[in-house]
Design a protein around this ligand. Sequence first.
Ligand SMILES: [Zn+2]
Length: 158
Amino acid sequence: MPRLTGLTRFFWEGAARRSLLILRCQECGYYTHPPRPVCRSCLSMELAPEEVSGRGAIYMYTVAVTAFHPFWKDKVPYTIAVVELAEQPGLGVTTNIVDCPEKLLRVGLPVEATFVETAPGLTLPMFRPAIRATGPRAASEVVDRSEDSARPAATAGR
Ligand SMILES: [Zn+2]
């Protein structure tokens, strides 16, 4: 169970509300994660948690097949990954990938945040494949949208 220190408390409390919060510099807009008291970009100490989109891509991953702690015994294999968030290049979150067959795993796979209650009162942000962004349904949505935008132009021509 993560320890709730002053600097990381917002992250876990956000997760409990199903919100992915990342520290953001209020001076220059740079995100910093894991939480640090000082902005990596401009050294400002004016950092505040802000909700992010939860979208990103797998930057690196490993599949754990051995449980090193009894807690994980019925959970192997599980996937540990660093997900690069869409908000900023290099903004990585260490997490677990869920709802993803091992054969689908690859660096660069688009993922989205999901919140998993792993124990009573403990909700962790994890990531799953962003199927809606790449699946057939997304393709039809793109077609629908282009038809919508084409319609006013067509009527304007009459
Ligand atoms: Zn800054």
